[in-house]
Ligand binder design. Sequence first.
Ligand code: GLA
Length: 393
Amino acid sequence: MTADPPWTVRLAAEFRSRFGHAAAPRVAVAPGRVNLIGEHTDYNDGWVLPMAVDRWVGAAFARREDRRIRAYSRVFDETREIALDGIAPPGGSDWFSFVAGAAWALRSAGYRVSGIDLAVDGDVPLGSGLSSSSALVMASMLALCEASEIAWAPVEMALLGHRAEHDYIGVKGGVMDQLASVLGREGHALLLDCRTLETDLVPLPAEAAIVVMDTGAPRILAASAYNDRSRSCREAVAELRGADPGIAALRDVEPGFLEFERGRLDDTTYRRALHVVEEMSRPFALALALAEADLVAAGRLMSESHASLRDLFEVSSPELDLFVELARRQPTCFGARLTGAGFGGCAIALVSAEAAPAFADEVHASYRAEVDLPSSVFICRPVSGAHILDSTS
Ligand code: GLA
């Protein structure tokens, strides 16, 4: 069983004293994620292989009988309040907008949402590419569903979480982060088909560990660079449809076809499309390698993916490249790559489990010798997705 984050007890106590509730609140938690492979493929209708990890956002909550949402964030030490009926896009990009956005998305799907008091906290590093924002949206949505007696349908709720981020907050990401946060399973990664929403569980071999290497570098211009990359993908599809109108997304493009029709695309668009088209097959290949506990093959795929993101899709950064390089110099490392959108944030390494603590220390020391940023390195474990804690009293 996934252990509950210890700070949820403190959060429940804070909820009671701050909002003056006599009864213990219930607590919803939702995890952050790393993506093992399949990067910038989700918004191209492709496959991804994320893993929900033991870093969480928690929301202590109780229903209110008026139609208001009142929320306190421990991280930002701030209380905010809004009338449910007054929530309309566009929201902001502050923490409370993710809470309000979850309520807006549920209501936009026709659900009757009740008022709620919420206190939120978490240990997913903020802005590092481990999906702290999706974890906040999904924890808030689970709390809202429980308080409003709305049945929790994980895939539907993940899609509503995506709508909250896409249409209310205005972040134009794909569906991977929200799905990983609700569908995660202890000990497993998830092979997700972002077109059909089919999922397969892929066990992480016991002899393997995933180490997160957070560069500490701010993700400057990440949102505009992300939107620029997704625009390139759409442009590639528009041009390639001239040769085959059946193409709806880059998922429908075979590598040979892209090569043959290359003349339709400018060089940058071609290289970006090439990354996506080649990356499409890596989630299957990595899932197979992990199922066979072939860590050498798994590591090679991860390193190939990083090279493609660095050279073709151009979303890496000097700090990410450095961490990946330092990791790969360690004999206990099978492969490493950036994870998430890129432009700063985190890289991950596939390492032999018994060597992981020493690996983490050594890689971090070498990185620190060259880079003066608030970096961190830690081993993560695959956990189950969003759920209500049994008890916090
Ligand atoms: C961000 C987005 C995801 C996905 C990744 C890149 O994390 O939120 O939907 O597009 O970037 O793979």
